[in-house]
Design a binder for this molecule. Structure first.
Ligand code: AP5
Length: 198
């Protein structure tokens, strides 16, 4: 596959992308590859929190039940955790953020955390709920929040109520690029790369 080239919009020398989308829309699948191609760190808040839960850290004990129920972790806690991590990643040429911000309150806080905002481009991976349900039902990695249908339904509902308003938030800032995530993975990645070439 060819690397991302072209005139990706930059702040100074950085390349920062935020991925938003429903559970199962492919944020993790494509975020990892995209970060590799852009040569910037990939940060998934879901992976970060699951790692804390698995290690039994103080943070992990605080958030484990939220993840199991498909509830969002409190905004203040997330902003503190992500703020610390972004500070560590400073000077690495940008980032691909998967899972943050996830509420308008987090997005507003992120604008205060990162000079110029956390993203030069926000990619919205658009996917019908039915396809998301199928993908999560088929996932074989045994995540506690995929295990039963009611939790998956709740995650979709939380997405529509809490996270989808970010589409309008970032559209109003001229940062939003929408991609049809209901295509084979290679086609989704190609579409993401094409919206990054501005
Ligand atoms: P998080 O880990 O972010 O979970 P999520 O948003 O529910 O997303 P998923 O990881 O399920 O899906 P994805 O979009 O990454 O898709 P994936 O690539 O995995 O968050 C988990 C929890 O952490 C939250 O519920 C919350 O409790 C907490 N949390 C995290 N961030 C937070 C925040 N900022 N504030 C508060 N709480 C927070 O793909 C899914 C499956 O589909 C895979 O099997 C994949 O192989 C397959 N697939 C992907 N793309 C395709 C394709 N194009 N075609 C076919 N299959 C595909």
């Amino acid at each position: 596959m060819t690397p991302v080239t072209g005139t990706l919009r930059r702040i100074g020398t950085s390349t920062s992308v935020v991925l938003i989308g429903a559970p199962g829309s492919g944020k993790g699948t494509h975020g990892v590859v995209l970060a590799e191609r852009l040569g910037v760190p990939y940060l998934s808040t879901g992976d970060l929190l699951r790692d804390h839960v698995a290690r039994g850290t103080t943070l992990g004990r605080q958030v484990g039940a939220y993840l199991d129920r498909g509830e969002l972790v409190h905004d203040d806690l997330m902003v503190a955790v992500v703020g610390e991590r972004l500070a560590e990643l400073e000077g690495r040429g940008g980032h691909v953020l998967d899972g943050f911000p996830r509420t308008v309150a987090q997005a507003e806080a992120a604008e205060r955390l990162v000079p110029g905002g956390p993203a030069e481009v926000v990619v919205f991976l658009a996917l019908p709920d039915d396809v998301a349900r199928e993908r999560l039902a088929q996932r074989a990695d045994g995540r506690s929040d995929d295990a039963d249908g009611a939790t998956v339904e709740h995650r979709l509902e939380v997405f529509h109520v809490e996270t989808e308003p970010l589409v309008g938030f970032y559209r109003a800032r001229g940062l939003l690029r929408s991609v049809d995530a209901d295509q084979p993975p290679d086609a989704v990645l190609t579409a993401i790369e094409s919206v990054l070439r501005l």
